[in-house]
Design a protein around this ligand. Sequence first.
Ligand SMILES: Cc1ncc(COP(=O)(O)O)c(C=O)c1O
Length: 438
Amino acid sequence: MNHLQKKDLKYHWHPCRTLKNLEKNPPFIVKKASGCYIESIDGHRVIDGISSWWCKSLGHNHPRLTAALLAQTNRFEHVISTTTTNQTIIELSEMLVKLVPGMGKVFYASDGSSAVEIALKMSLHSRVNQGEKRRNKFLSLSNGYHGETCGALSVTHGDNFKKVYSSLLFDCAFIEGIPYVNSSNDALWHDCSGHWTKVQDFLQYHAKETTALILEPIVQGAGNMKIYSQDFLKRLRAWTKNHNIHLIADEIMTGIGRTGKMFACEHAEITADFMCLSKGLTSGYFPFSAVLTNNDIYNCFYDKTGLDEIFYHSHTHSGNALGANLALETLKILKEDFDWEAFHANTAYLLQSLQKVAEETKILSNVRGIGMIAAADIKQDAYSPDRMRDMIHIAFQNGALLRPLGKTIYWLPPLNIHKRMIDDLQGITKRALLRAFK
Ligand SMILES: Cc1ncc(COP(=O)(O)O)c(C=O)c1O
């Protein structure tokens, strides 16, 4: 460990880590990052194989985004958004609303979890304003993840993230029996009627008291990069509409092109009542998030004057101008200056490359992928947490930053990754798996 790493461990509490383990594997010190690469102060360069927790839609230090950040800094950096507005936020709001059919308004926050909190609160509050106080429960999908603030954690499934905090959380009902697929070629992707029959009783039981169903459309990220049937999403949407239940599409990971469509909801040709965006929206330059909703929800608040009727989520940084200009520029780049043809070819190549790793190592099962996401599970008999840690270490030494989820390894690189970098990811991952697991 060098002196900076020692100092880091003395003062800096790293998220989501076994802290003692940091002494054995200290964090590497970043000097610069550009495109798909991160470089340490001693000149070691690695591919950011997970887009820095899934946010680097256009990679690091994109020239147009860096310029947008500086340009906005020179104009003004942040001004209170409750009493002011500006051209950037107006243009961004218009662009977002026009991008997502059915939406009418955008409310801003600073990170993914806050966006989820806002959507949950807005749904519940709209019911109160409409005199439907008894609709005050939430439905979510088993294996779903929505962030780690208390509301977001309540609608996140599984003990991993929430067990210790259970006294802070509210109850949520989780839908089981999700029809998972490995790709859109799977028959279940098109027709999941068998699964649907099994969830209906559960849904009916909760229909009357539920205000909203929240889900990650098509891909459950933190829940081991699992892909599910677009037909299931379509059916859930139809069911929520029929029962006057809001649908909250948490597109914080899946949005902004990640699954091969601008938004994952497009795979099922559905629109939600709320859509949460963050991460890739600013290409991970800035903590910034947005909640899109329709005018029906907005109108539940529109002519209200009572203190209980006004929507409170008084974030200091709501609509931060630096984040807003970065989001606007990210969307403009994707619209005007992004090679979608190369992107689609590379998404297919990404999946083929992981399939090749599986064939050559014989350690992986359930190879799956959609858009710029490819994942696979280490076979049960080969897996051990120590081997996985070794694999991460070897991959890193060889030039790739990977961060598996339990037994699942995955690649989720920037959308503009080149083919030759996918080749590098493939070679490095293969070597690391073979050395760690054989
Ligand atoms: C689907 C989803 N929702 C919400 C969040 C929370 O976002 P944040 O970490 O910015 O609070 C995440 C983060 O990984 C996510 O993947």
